[in-house]
Design a binder for this molecule. Structure first.
Ligand code: F6P
Length: 496
């Protein structure tokens, strides 16, 4: 159900993210459909809005959403039985293309995940500079203006939380128009070290750091990224930081830099697992199941290290031919950012490598790598339930919720193979089989170790991981941010 609103109330909380909680689009026959928005952001922002009602501002990403943006100030939308207020901003198509497909991806995403092959890429030319000035900044300004419109006054007593690397330049717009609003930016991806930020032209990197410092709080998933950001403020802007208080002093303002490790919502996940669609997917999976099941679930993204995961499996089969015919590597990969050239080439490479490994090791009766390019959450949940080992070998990753979802849903005390460069590693790495994502031999050995670990050890590790995850649910993530918001407001009020 969607209900248009023309004169919404003033919300206490405004969250802004490129993606919305639902997606309005047309199916193959042209019929309008509304589906849950992709990615982990929906779960965590829904949890926040459940506790602190407000509005979610997102970019219109389809013709249907552009129409909605034109006809209504905001909408009430139903998501899994809950109602959210959503407001769309509708950038010009070309501006959005420059913003999303050049400036945010690949440029910022590749910098923050250390993905550029620096001897060759990137070349920063007029096209990239235009993507910043004619795409990124105008789209950010639109978001800022929509937030100001929702605030309607100087913002006193209200909270604005902006999410992700698409929207680094929103805070100065809001700060200028509503100086008393509490502003927080949540960065869901790694924060690269200063040398890597120097890939960007000086003016752009300085603008990114300066814009982020227009917030009251800049938030990350790990202490490691907090420290990297603080050091970046010194290196890029030469401003004073307080490493003990984890704060940056900007004129008479203090910006807190904090880590709030995001998690999942166990109740939502457990009820999703009980759905008939998951049961159907399980039946299909169990019919094909070999003795061992290795699983990976990722967006088809270069940061996820899919190629080296396959090379490690190839090496594992070479070293342990006794597993031939007895194991399947199920790779569930959701197509992503398909208008970005680097992603198109990567997808081809992934398909090609999987086919090559299947030809080398497989037989008429056995397909070693079962590659599924689709976004099908029930089938993913079925795979989570039945894996013997889950591979999460990301090159770098802000958090990685797959590691947490899988560990919670799995019913076989399956082992978690976890890259030491994921945010999740800070919390659960000590119970996982840790891997260096660049070391193929290490990852091949990790697959063997995960599959041959004594049952008692597997059970102990799986339980320890579940306990950590249940001890830090998404509710705690929300509460920790709110505690700091209230503390900082109180400190500032006392100073006034
Ligand atoms: O991890 C960062 C992030 O922006 C998530 O918030 C989101 O789920 C994911 O990347 C998806 O990216 P995109 O919006 O490009 O599909």
């Amino acid at each position: 159900m969607t209900e248009a609103e023309t004169a919404p109330e003033r919300p206490d909380l405004i969250v802004a993210a490129n993606r919305g909680p639902v997606s309005y689009h047309s199916d193959a026959s042209g019929e309008p459909v509304v589906t849950r928005g992709a990615g982990g952001l929906v779960t965590v922002l829904s949890a926040m809005l459940r506790r602190h009602p407000g509005v979610w501002i997102a970019a219109a990403a389809s013709d249907e959403e552009e129409t909605l943006a034109a006809v209504a100030a905001s909408l009430r939308v139903d998501l899994d039985g809950e109602t959210f207020r959503v407001r769309y901003v509708a950038p010009e198509r070309e501006a959005y293309n420059l913003f999303y497909n050049i400036a945010a991806n690949p440029m910022l995403w590749f910098i923050q995940h250390y993905l550029w092959d620096l001897a060759r890429h990137p070349d920063i030319r007029q096209n990239e500079l235009d993507a910043w000035s004619k795409g990124y900044l105008p789209v950010n300004r639109l978001f800022g203006e929509a937030i100001l419109d929702e605030l309607g006054d100087d913002g006193a007593g209200r909270v604005v939380i902006v999410h992700d690397y698409h929207l680094y330049a929103v805070a100065p717009v809001v700060r200028a128009g509503a100086p008393r609003a509490f502003l927080q930016q949540f960065v869901h991806i790694p924060w690269a070290q200063s040398d890597y930020w120097r890939v960007l032209p000086r003016g752009i990197r300085e603008q990114i750091f300066r814009s982020l410092l227009a917030n009251d709080v800049v938030a990350f998933h790990t202490q490691h990224y907090v420290d990297s950001f603080l050091q970046g403020c010194v290196d890029v802007l030469d401003v004073a930081i307080d490493t003990h208080e984890k704060a940056v002093n900007v004129g008479d303002r203090t910006v807190w830099v904090r880590a709030y490790p995001v998690s999942i919502d166990p109740d939502v996940l457990e009820s999703a697992v009980r759905s008939p669609r998951v049961a159907a997917a399980e039946r299909e999976l169990l019919e094909r199941r070999r003795e061992f099941l290795l699983v990976r679930v990722d967006r088809l993204d270069l940061s996820k290290n899919i190629l080296r995961g396959f090379l490690a499996f190839d090496r594992f089969l070479e070293l342990h031919p006794e597993f031939e015919g007895r194991i399947t590597f199920l790779a569930r990969l959701q197509p992503s950012r398909e208008d970005v050239e680097e992603y198109v080439a990567y997808r081809e490479h992934v398909l090609h490598l999987a086919a090559e490994i299947n030809t080398r090791h497989g037989s008429a009766d056995w397909l070693p790598i079962d590659l599924r390019l689709e976004d099908n959450f029930p089938a993913t949940l079925a795979a989570y339930k039945h894996y013997d080992a889950l591979m999460v070998n990301a090159i770098f990753d802000g958090m990685n919720l797959v590691a947490k979802e899988g560990a919670l849903v799995n019913t076989r005390d399956g082992a978690l193979i976890l890259s030491e460069n994921t945010g999740a590693f800070e919390e659960i790495g000590r119970f996982a089989v840790s891997v260096n994502p660049f070391d193929i031999e290490d990852q091949a050995a990790a697959i063997y170790r995960a599959l041959t670990m004594p049952a008692a050890e597997k059970a102990g590790r799986a339980k320890a991981i579940r306990d950590v995850i249940l001890g830090n649910s998404v509710e705690k993530w929300v509460a920790a941010q709110w505690r700091d918001i209230e503390r900082k407001r109180a400190l500032e009020a006392a100073r006034e």
